[in-house]
Design a protein around this ligand. Structure first.
Ligand code: FMN
Ligand code: SF4
Ligand code: SF4
Length: 648
């Protein structure tokens, strides 16, 4: 979708807004900006968050219902699509802004709720329970009895620097992005900075890569800039393939122009005239929003030949990735961009020396790039003042798993991990927090005793915990650690490109060992238990070999989740091996079912269905399960109408 703008809009922004490098505008421009930002409106505006996550929650049906309501009631109102404020569990989120009143956010607005909600809201009445929060505004009347955004711990505990436009502006509108301050960092950079001085600013800011490695961004840029060549490339890594990580994707869908602006400045800094955005083929809406943003930037003269008459030219193209985890690794990504099979190669040489088409290339993550416009606007010192000594700025996390709320949040570096748990509302009621898993399939599960560790590259890595790219899974007691590590190893085994033997064979062997201990032993003999135990001992040697000899980060870090789980949850592994029990009841093979004699009516239903005839008894008296015969299939539990069957 391309949100149109007129030639007058274009010249207003190009001639009067973007070139203004100070934050002060004459009153008539300020007034116009308020209108473009929809801070001053003459008719009701209804905003609907439309992103990949809200579409799953029914946002498209909600938007259709709102359009029908507007048409049927002949209401003069504007319907605007926005991105995500990050609270995915409350989607679809609908905001309403009436002339003179603050913008109010309503949660979980499904299509069927639309007529009654709008009947009320358009007449200044909000139904109890539907309000989420209201935005603060110095010029508008507030709604009574509705919390302001920052009254909610979900927002007040965050530091929303990068996410400040997310869920607020229309991602398909370049003029809204500019009206909110966008592309002025670009103008400032092109007018006042040389390539070298941009690299210096980013070095001084202390920005480190957000894609997982945490390498200093300015240092990386300077390496590419100082290699003599006739051509350099910049690549935005938007592959985001860690299971459970969705922040890059949601961020692009909410504020794509921030990434485009960051890419232009980054490309200028390293002297590149061609940039690529590498993104997964499957991320349809994400790609669509990015494509639209690129098209609009070209139309505005912010991309292409002689940007803003600076003499600098840049072309950006989108390249679709094939959904292979390893293609997110930078050398594999470059191969994939070159049309070859996406397999990693040995470093050095680094892409900054020999990258795409054998030319110096910088690969940066989406979030890393998103920080650049603010650094150029506000200065390196401003950025360096946020966070800790070694980890500057903020970090975006996507939180899911057993969290009370699935969400995307942004916090200052240095806040404790417990803040992340709090932001997601902790675990669901009646459950206990078991761990927080950081860093995806090669990350680790952090136990509750470690929850006060600050989010800081050095502090975390000192304890063997990778920061990762920001995907966080909250785990409660219903999660089996053997099963979870097995899942990650299964993922790694399937995603290994197979180039090196330790990764290809090692991940397969590790998976087999884990699978073996999560299954019913093939015999009850003691030697079988010993074999399962020996397998676990073998894991540590295997891990060492994989770490030392694998070619890329995938194989080198693959054993991490397992080794940490073995350390923190050793009792659970031993229980699986020696007692043949899975207390979470997740490893189906290891469950043994029992019948509660007080609840059993002796109806015989379970005995008739049990595939191994493990259930015996006399009708109308309590039945029993013969433990040795029970295969843990759970047929009895699903059959029993009296909730008499349980497992241990
Ligand atoms: C198996 C594997 C997958 C990766 N996937 C991604 C990814 O999806 N996105 C990303 O930005 N970096 C990913 N990386 C890290 C990249 O190789 C690279 O370090 C990063 O894009 C550099 O950007 P940064 O300096 O801005 O963090 C992956 C690394 C490995 C080993
Ligand atoms: S470590 Fe694994 S994924 Fe990486 S190159 Fe070797 S086989 Fe491929
Ligand atoms: S189905 Fe339930 S009530 Fe009936 S015999 Fe089995 S355990 Fe007892």
């Amino acid at each position: 979708m391309n949100t149109p703008y007129s030639n007058t809009d274009r010249s207003f922004f190009i001639d009067q807004v973007i070139p203004n490098l100070h934050n002060e505008f004459p009153n008539e421009i300020q007034d116009k900006l308020l209108i473009y930002r929809r801070e001053r409106v003459g008719k009701p505006i209804i905003y609907v968050g439309v992103t990949t996550s809200s579409i799953v929650a029914g946002a498209l049906q909600t938007i259709d219902a709102i359009q029908n309501y507007i048409d049927e009631n002949d209401i003069e109102a504007e319907l605007v699509r926005v991105g995500s404020v990050g609270m995915c569990s409350f989607e679809p989120i609908v905001d309403i802004q009436l002339p003179g009143k603050t913008r109010i956010s309503l949660k979980n607005v499904t299509a069927d709720m639309v007529p009654s909600l709008l009947d009320g809201a358009l007449n200044n009445y909000i139904q109890a329970g539907s309000a989420f929060f209201q935005y603060a505004s110095p010029i508008h009347e507030a709604w009574s009895d509705i919390p302001f955004m920052n009254d909610l711990p979900f927002f007040s505990k965050q530091n929303r620097v990068l996410l400040r436009n997310s869920g607020v502006i229309n991602p398909d509108s370049i003029i809204e992005y500019i009206a909110w301050g966008g592309y002025r960092a670009l103008a400032k950079t092109l007018r006042q900075y040389t390539c070298d001085s941009v690299c210096k600013a980013v070095e001084d800011s202390g920005l480190r890569g957000r894609g997982g490695g945490g390498f200093p961004t300015g240092v990386k840029w300077r390496r590419a800039l100082t290699i003599p060549t006739n051509e350099r490339y910049f690549i935005c890594n938007a592959d985001e393939s860690d299971p459970g990580a969705f922040m890059d994707r949601l961020f692009i869908e909410s504020d794509p122009h921030r990434i485009i602006e960051g890419i232009i400045i980054s490309s200028y800094a390293i002297g590149a005239n061609k940039a690529y955005i590498y993104i997964r083929n499957r991320y349809v809406l994400t790609v669509e929003r990015m494509q639209n943003a690129i098209r609009q930037a070209y139309d505005m003269g912010l991309l292409g030949y002689n940007i803003l008459d600076s003499g600098y030219s840049l072309d950006i193209s989108i390249r679709l990735g094939p959904e292979a985890y390893v293609c997110g690794e930078e050398t594999a990504l470059i191969k994939s961009l070159e049309g070859k099979r996406g397999m990693p190669s040995i470093k050095p040489p680094y892409p900054t020396e020999i990258g795409l088409n054998n030319k110096p290339t910088v690969v940066n993550n989406v979030e890393t790039i998103a920080n650049i416009p603010d650094i150029m606007n506000n200065g390196a010192d401003w950025f360096a003042a946020i966070g800790t000594k070694n980890s500057k700025g903020t970090k975006i996390f996507s939180i899911n798993g057993k969290a009370s709320y699935t969400c995307m949040v942004e916090v200052s570096m240095g806040v404790p991990l417990s803040t992340i748990v709090d932001l997601a509302g902790g675990v669901k009621p009646d459950q206990l927090l078991k761990a927080v898993h950081l860093g995806g399939p090669s990350g680790v599960s952090v136990v509750p005793e470690e929850m006060e560790i600050p989010i800081d590259f050095e502090e975390l890595s000192g304890l063997g915990i990778p920061m990762g790219s920001g995907g966080v899974q909250i785990l409660d007691e219903s999660v089996c650690m053997v099963d979870l590590t097995k899942y990650f190893m299964h993922f790694i085994r399937n995603e290994s490109c197979g180039k090196c033997i330790p990764c290809r064979e090692g991940s397969n062997r590790m998976y087999q060992i884990l699978d073996n201990i999560s299954r019913r032993p093939y015999s009850n003999e003691g030697h079988n238990t010993l074999e399962r135990f020996k397998g676990v001992i073998h894991l540590e040697t295997l891990a060492e070999v994989m770490r030392e000899t694998s070619l890329c980060g995938l194989g080198q870090t693959a054993p991490k989740p397992l080794l940490k789980a073995l350390k923190s949850f050793r009792d659970e592994f031993e229980e699986h091996i020696f007692d043949r029990k899975c207390k979470a009841g997740v490893c189906r093979d290891l469950r043994t079912f029992y019948i509660d004699v007080d609840k059993c009516t002796g109806c015989t239903a379970c005995a008739k269905k049990c595939p191994t005839s493990a259930i015996i008894g006399t009708p109308r008296s309590p039945y029993f399960i013969v433990e040795e015969k029970c295969i843990g299939c759970g047929t009895c539990q699903t059959t029993c109408k009296f909730a008499a069957v349980f497992f241990k």
